[in-house]
Design a protein around this ligand. Structure first.
Ligand code: C5P
Length: 238
């Protein structure tokens, strides 16, 4: 499998073609951004941690019967994935109130949502990812009614699997973002699942081990990711 041209470069990852048109390579870079790219930095080793954490969580999902784009790691910070048609929706399961939902709706920071909220945003940087409902998503042609129901069902199941995994490691999962793609018309979990795209709090102190440390200048981001990585992927430290 030979890495080809860069097809797409986002804020923290670059997608490369390979000699197989059905496979891409995703490289996790050390770049970190917040506030729609307004705040930027480069932190050595961040790409490695996010790639390793994402790989572990994709494997966990696969072990629980959830299809993902992940195939295997091809280097420390690059993964081979199934090429997908991306669905332009960002799905955010929310277990505890934090971030934009507190700012926009006045929920109390840290309040528990029971049942979990599933929020869907339109993945469109120019429009600043506005919130969607099912009717708008269907009218925009982003996904069919059936696909949206499937995406919601998978998101709730992924949330259960991840919450249990983190609970066993002394962590709370207030919220996280999922993206989906289609491989031969089948919906799969794509993109990444890492401390860049989730909130992770230590259960006892509610200290953030995620990108909020960078967003809100709460301390040393790499120290937080290091602590998260030691709990999530202890095997990479051996
Ligand atoms: O910004 P907000 O508070 O709505 O984010 C909710 C969750 O989704 C956070 O864990 C955040 O890291 C993630 N997110 C993301 N990419 C976005 C928007 C949110 O990973 N474009």
């Amino acid at each position: 499998m030979i890495k080809g041209d860069a097809l797409y470069s986002g804020k923290a990852k670059t997608v490369y073609a390979t000699t197989d048109p059905k496979r891409y390579i995703v490289k996790f870079r050390d770049d970190v951004t917040a506030g729609d790219g307004a705040k930027k930095a480069n932190m050595k080793g961040k790409g490695y941690y996010n790639a390793q954490i994402s790989a572990k969580l994709f494997k966990l999902l696969a072990d629980n019967g959830i299809s993902t784009h992940y195939i295997k790691m091809v280097s420390e910070d690059e993964m081979l994935v199934h090429a997908c048609d991306m669905v332009k929706i960002e799905v955010i399961p929310r277990n505890y109130a934090a971030g934009s939902i507190v700012r926009k709706y006045g929920f109390k920071e840290g309040q528990k949502f029971d049942p979990t909220l599933i929020v869907m945003d339109y993945k469109n940087d120019a429009a600043h990812d506005p919130m969607l409902n099912d009717d708008i998503a269907i009218a925009l042609g982003i996904a069919s009614d059936k696909e949206i129901r499937k995406i919601r069902k998978i998101s709730l199941r992924v949330n259960e699997i991840l919450q249990q995994f983190f609970d066993e490691r002394g962590l709370l999962l207030p919220d996280f973002k999922l993206e989906f793609g289609k491989v031969d018309k089948k919906i799969v979990v794509a993109d990444e699942i890492s401390p860049d795209t989730m909130r992770l709090w230590k259960k006892d102190t509610r200290q953030s081990l995620d990108k909020d440390v960078f967003r809100f200048d709460k301390g040393d981001l790499m120290a937080a990711y290091d602590e998260a990585a030691k709990l999530i992927v202890p095997e990479i430290f051996k």
